[in-house]
Design a protein. Sequence first.
Lengths: 63, 226
Amino acid sequence: MNDNRLLIRALRGPLTLIVVGGLFAIDHAGIYRFGQTWPVLVILIGCLTLLERSGNQTAGGAQ
Amino acid sequence: MEPTGNLQVAYCRICGKSLAPEEQHPALGTIYCAEHVPAPAPPPPADSPWITPATAPPPNPNTSGVSPGLAFILGLIPGVGAIYNAQYAKGLIHVLVFGLLLSMANSDSVGDLQFLFGMLAPAWVFYMAFEAYHTARRRELGQPVEEFSSILSQQSAGGVPVGPILLIGMGVVFLLNNLGVLRLSVIFKFWPLALIGLGVHMLYQRTQERSQSSNENVSGGIHHER
């Protein structure tokens, strides 16, 4: 098991929560609606998956 | 917890205990603690129905309690089939895709393609049902199931991670649309370009495959899983 994968896996939950919280904070501040900013979450998930996979490849690929 | 310099902490899926790197037991695409890791450990008592089925030994598969039929029926409800199979992240993605298809079918920005998305949404419902059925079938037979099995192949074509890139691209497109920078209707005017791009990509891959197999006869074929 690679260190990078574990790190990213450990960060995934907290980061998602932080971003969701941030988006709702922006919504409540009246800058952008959450209905406008939700794709940020999709981008975040994509980035994390990409990072996790690249960490996987440098380690030789367990899966 | 003592400070360890780097953040290699993971949590057991079953009990939520935080685990130092040396006591993590990766299995089935997630991490378990020593007493909940499914494969080697004996099944934990009673109230955790999720991990016993996935690793039930092949000789007596019927004791696992996973029902593919039930998985199929639950799979008709977006995301629930995957949840039944204890694949929570996949369930979330299933719901997201379903919701996206519905909103696309409903929005004016896609123009003529509304009909296409309207047809894709019910097709996606049946995909989810059958996907849940096959996953449950594999669990019933005691085969290990990865968290993201069969959504997108883990070994993506040519080492390029298609799934994440697709996610990021979609996110960027929708974000630009929502912020009014670049409207979806503008993008969808050029949708046939996607077909052309796909064709070019396939062409490129085939030629790569061919030059590879001519260079090294043995390993050329197994590079792409098609």
